[in-house]
Design a protein around this ligand. Structure first.
Ligand SMILES: [Zn+2]
Length: 119
């Protein structure tokens, strides 16, 4: 994991872990200006597999909202991925049909990940 950047002084060193906020996110303390802060949730932390699946689901006719619910992703992120993807590739070489097995695998994966993280 890369170091954090202090949102106040932009220092990217001497950033110490400082417990968790009430919603369970890691907090950090800046060793330069001593500010305690919670980093913004990552918007780019999703795996390529999840992005591709979102795009496939969109091609299949799912809305941003329903994709977001299934993949536990902000619908705005889904919209961003799809617009970025379609901008890059005017004719997306997507398969006509989503492979059902791949979807099931991903759901299982997401399910496991979710139960695992409830510590
Ligand atoms: Zn600072």
């Amino acid at each position: 994991m890369r170091g954090m950047n202090c949102p106040t002084c932009q220092s990217n060193w001497k950033q110490y872990k400082a417990g968790f906020n009430p919603s369970g996110s890691q907090r950090y303390r800046c060793g330069e200006c001593h500010r305690v802060y919670t980093p913004e949730p990552k918007q780019h932390g999703y795996s390529e597999a999840i992005r591709l699946l979102a795009i496939r689901m969109y091609v299949e006719g799912s809305s941003y909202g329903s994709i977001g619910r299934v993949l536990k992703v902000n619908p705005q992120s889904v919209a961003n991925w799809i617009s970025a993807y379609t901008a890059k590739l005017p004719e997306p070489p997507l398969p006509e049909r989503v492979k059902k097995a791949e979807l099931d695998e991903l759901y299982t994966f997401l399910g496991k990940k979710k139960t695992k993280s409830t510590s």
